[in-house]
Design a protein around this ligand. Structure first.
Ligand code: ADP
Ligand code: ADP
Length: 228
């Protein structure tokens, strides 16, 4: 479980303070999909960067299964990022001169289980695309590879930054289905950041951000379930 308590992020821009995140408090549970919803400039990236250990809060408490993440040293934070967090990006970030299988194998190897790379690609429906390069894949297929790569790290926290932002609506729902499937793992908290309110119905929890403030948190007791 990951808990934020009164987390603030203040950027100093010249002599101005930008309150990118103010008094953010929430909990992410394992085995759940959380949607972080907000318009541009509401603090989504700031929150995601802090969650992923790419940035530190100005102050506040972050408890990750008892570990105090905001207190970690730089090395501690790098280890946190490497060992606990998987990332999925809007534009996939695949390595262009490696095949789908090789892209996943690199991540799996860092985690000591490259023998399973194929099975991660099978899980996302890409058994027939193992030896294709990214430029031979559709956007939806590239996103599937990037999800397989993230899952190959066996992350306790899967962070997805606008993962459907470059995809058509039908393909987006297939990707949403995979995120719901990933959230069935009882060791993984899945977080999806989006500005698109049509996705909120698929999350177990919806955190609404506005001007750096959490406007509302909704628990969705019966989210719409998608089929991959
Ligand atoms: P979103 O991802 O929802 O678009 P951001 O987290 O990127 O929102 O930005 C939240 C606020 O913080 C905005 O006002 C933005 O301009 C500001 N901000 C973000 N990063 C920085 C930075 N590195 N320096 C100064 N201001 C920043
Ligand atoms: P490594 O060099 O072992 O990949 P890093 O600390 O560079 O370790 O990255 C660990 C994870 O964090 C990787 O999955 C990477 O994609 C992600 N990552 C690193 N920097 C950023 C960033 N600025 N924004 C988003 N994700 C990042």
């Amino acid at each position: 479980m990951i808990s934020f308590k009164d987390v603030n992020k203040i950027y100093q821009v010249g002599d101005q303070e930008v309150h990118a995140l103010s008094q953010a408090s929430f909990t992410l549970e394992k085995g759940k999909l959380t949607i972080i919803l907000g318009p541009s400039g509401s603090g989504k990236s700031t929150l995601l960067n802090i969650l992923g250990g790419m940035d530190r809060p100005t102050n506040g408490t972050i408890d990750f299964d008892g570990e105090q993440v905001a207190q970690l040293s730089d090395t501690g934070l790098t280890n946190y990022r490497r060992q606990k967090v998987g990332f999925v990006f809007q534009f996939y970030n695949l390595i262009p001169n490696l095949t789908a299988l090789e892209n996943v194998a690199i991540a799996a190897k860092l985690n000591g289980n490259d023998a399973q790379s194929e099975s991660y690609l099978e899980q996302v429906g890409l058994r027939h695309r193992l030896n294709n390069f990214p430029n031979q894949l559709s956007g939806g297929e590239m996103q599937r590879v990037s999800i397989a790569r993230a899952l190959a790290k066996k992350p306790q926290l899967l962070l997805c930054d606008e993962p459907t932002g470059a995809l058509d609506s039908k393909t987006s729902l297939k990707i949403m289905a995979l995120l719901q499937q990933a959230a069935q793992n009882p060791n993984t908290s899945v977080v999806m950041v989006t500005h698109n309110p049509t996705f909120e119905q698929y999350g177990d929890q919806v955190i609404r951000l506005k001007d750096g403030v959490i406007d509302r948190i909704d628990d969705n007791h019966s989210p719409v379930k998608l089929e991959g």
